[in-house]
Design a protein around this ligand. Structure first.
Ligand SMILES: C[S@@+](CC[C@H](N)C(=O)[O-])C[C@H]1O[C@@H](n2cnc3c(N)ncnc32)[C@H](O)[C@@H]1O
Length: 330
């Protein structure tokens, strides 16, 4: 789908300004509300938000392939820091058969809440779409919380407040850019919540994260870009104007399910280890980091001869790559 925006130089400038703001956000202690009007939200929704949606699609596809389903007791989804509502929108497409009674969009920006609720409501005619200011958002076990690309905008105190608010939710699905900054903060969240929640993804274990204390490595994966990125001139122009590589979609994420929530957790991961980031392909072999079911992260040397098929796959798409221990033995 070609969005056909931005159409004017002014719109290009608005999007460039927004990108600059996002890039500088981690160095600041919070950002002022930047959603000046509906037209900026609309531009964002047609461009940057689509790219975020591709990341959500990869995460949700992984959950599906792990056999995870939204627990039956979930009645409400809360898209926290909703912006234009891409997180809820993507989940609606994935979970069409198990929609909740209510979808709540929450953002400090009233304009964002208005935009996203108006966009989402027609997509879910049998479901109530409501708005809620973040300070009034209280969660319980019937809630599934969606959080997307907000970590860089929260000062530490804001993150603490958010964690205390989502502490009692049934499920949390949190997707962020795959940067060292976001990965580190997500690990903080993981460490804080891991006694109350089971870790559904990305980890193959429930222990402390080995990357918490490892300098220079961070937990991230690469979502596959959709074919449209290579086929549609709109995206080529957009990538050039914004100086953004649409072929690379680094993601850090965390999916948690409250221990008190009855719902099946994926099983059969005990023998698996998961690829972190991308392998480094060398002549005849590759070096790659794997996180294993004992809670260790190790660098492994993989001979191409033995992993011929896998090498081909990994060159294309490295999002959810697992090896079993069987593959270790010669
Ligand atoms: C980069 S946008 C991401 C929007 C959307 N979640 C997405 O993935 O496209 C970050 C959003 O977080 C919101 N936000 C920032 N700080 C917030 C806070 N303290 N409370 C609630 N929302 C906040 C912003 O208004 C903005 O809509």
């Amino acid at each position: 789908m070609s969005q056909g925006v931005p159409k004017t130089r002014a719109e290009v400038k608005d999007l460039q300004r927004l990108r600059q703001l996002f890039l500088e956000a981690p160095g600041r202690q919070g950002l002022e509300d930047y959603w000046q009007d509906e037209s900026l939200l609309s531009l964002y929704d047609a461009t940057y938000a689509r790219r975020i949606g591709w990341k959500w699609e990869a995460v949700l596809a992984e959950l599906e392939s792990r056999g995870w389903q939204i627990p039956a007791n979930i009645r409400r989804w809360l898209d926290w820091g909703c912006g234009s509502g891409i997180a809820a929108e993507t989940l609606i497409q994935f979970a069409a058969g198990s929609l909740p009674d209510e979808i709540v969009v929450s953002d400090r920006s009233r304009k964002a809440m208005q935009f996203s609720s108006q966009k989402l409501a027609p997509m879910v005619p049998n479901c109530k779409v409501t708005t809620c200011l973040p300070e009034n958002a209280i969660t319980n076990q019937k809630d599934l919380v969606l959080i997307s690309h907000v970590l860089t905008e929260l000062p530490q105190s804001g993150l603490e407040t958010l964690m205390s608010r989502i502490m009692h939710a049934g499920v949390i699905v949190w997707v962020e850019p795959g940067t060292p900054f976001c990965s580190q903060r997500l690990l903080e969240v993981r460490a804080r919540l891991k006694d109350t929640f089971a870790i559904v993804a990305p980890c193959p274990h429930q222990k402390s994260c080995p990357l918490e204390t490892r300098e220079g490595d961070w937990c991230h994966f690469f979502a596959p870009p959709p074919p449209i990125v290579f086929q549609d001139s709109f995206w080529a122009t957009f990538a050039k104007e914004m100086n953004i590589d649409l072929r690379s979609l680094p993601v850090s994420f965390l999916v948690l399910q409250n221990n008190a929530t009855t719902g099946k957790l994926p099983s059969g991961l005990s023998q698996c280890k998961r690829l972190i980031a991308r392998p480094r392909f060398l002549k005849g072999h590759a070096k790659a980091m794997f996180c294993n079911s004992q809670g260790n992260a190790t660098i492994e040397d993989l001979p191409q001869k033995k992993f011929k098929r896998e090498f081909k796959e990994w060159e294309r798409d490295c999002f959810f790559v697992q090896l079993t221990s069987d593959q270790d033995s010669d």
